[in-house]
Design a protein around this ligand. Structure first.
Ligand SMILES: [Zn+2]
Length: 318
């Protein structure tokens, strides 16, 4: 799809969203459909059983006809134990999937009418769902790879590898043979040999041609059976302007625009993998914005309950 058709495609408009997910019952039914597409399977006995339904404190519960186990339609999902109506969660999902740039917790606070802490937690739980939805992503074929820094400048002199106050991340873009961007994988990792090795092993598959600017750590690619299209540019403006890196450089520019206005660098250092997952999730689904909310919902019902303590822990670099 040409770029302008991606930008001007019809997303899920707010009136359409309200028509589909405006009431608690509609949201419940959407959760049920995403969670049990082939009918109710009891979480306790794992069998498709007949069930009876009842409501407790307004929430829909089911009782298994076999083992008598009771579960709410949201238990065992990311929504478990929430005191908020599902309509608020769905509104947050709509805002996060239809936005052009990342949405800040402060913005969500205003739009959802909840406290900052609640908005922050909802947002990070949704981002965790996006992270899990993208966990199995594998890039193959021609893949441009580069490092980037939040808070750093890419033009003029040294690009800032190893510099303090700059938060590193790695960007990989699978392109067509002509260099048009297709899919992306991002990682909040430093550009070290070990980090790149883990990144390539987890997010790429053969056949693979890695196109990079020739840093030593990309010998990793060759050692893993990939072809390495090594291009020495010396960094700075030269590599930015190099046509070989057009896709990855365009995406790095877009990521910086999406993140710089939304997050402080310190927070990015702590929760960077989730903020990057937000960008990656949207980028890899950009051809079908209307389907994004449904994709996110599928990931969220498969995401176990996320206690606040776990959500607030930073990712440890593997
Ligand atoms: Zn059962």
């Amino acid at each position: 799809m040409p770029m302008n058709r991606v930008q001007f495609q019809k997303g899920l408009s707010m009136p359409e969203f309200l028509e589909l997910y405006g009431t608690e019952q509609q949201c419940e039914q959407a959760v049920i459909a995403a969670r049990w597409p082939r009918g109710f399977v009891c979480p306790a006995c794992g069998v498709m059983q007949s069930r009876t339904s009842f409501r407790r404190e307004g929430r829909l519960y089911w009782q298994c006809g076999g083992c008598q186990h009771q579960c709410s339609v949201i238990s065992g999902t990311v929504f478990e134990a929430t005191k908020l109506p599902l309509t608020r969660w769905f509104l947050a999902m709509q805002l996060l999937t239809q936005a052009k740039n990342n949405v800040s917790a402060l913005e969500l606070t205003r739009q959802l009418g909840v406290s900052y802490r609640t908005a922050w937690l909802i947002k990070h739980k949704l981002l965790q769902g996006m992270h899990l939805a993208e966990a199995d992503r594998k890039l193959t074929g021609r893949v441009e790879v580069d490092d980037a820094y939040l808070g750093g400048e890419r033009s003029g002199g040294k690009r800032g590898r190893g510099s303090e106050n700059k938060i590193p991340f790695i960007v990989a873009v699978q392109t067509t043979e002509e260099g048009r961007p297709h899919l992306a994988c991002l990682a909040a990792r430093p550009f070290t040999h070990d980090a790149v090795k883990t990144f390539i092993a987890t997010s790429m598959g053969l056949p693979l041609t890695v196109v990079s600017d020739g840093l030593g750590c990309f010998t990793v690619a060759a050692s893993m059976g990939a072809v390495h299209d090594r291009e020495i540019t010396g960094g700075g403006k030269a590599s930015v302007l190099n046509e070989k890196f057009k896709a990855v450089n365009t995406l790095i520019g877009n990521i910086k625009t999406a993140l710089t206005g939304t997050y402080h660098a310190v927070k990015f250092a702590k929760y960077g993998y989730r903020y990057l997952a937000e960008v990656q999730f949207r980028f890899n689904r950009r051809y079908d914005m209307r389907a994004m909310l449904g994709c996110l919902l599928k990931a969220l019902v498969a995401t176990p309950r996320q206690p606040e303590s776990g959500i607030r822990v930073a990712e440890v670099h593997r």
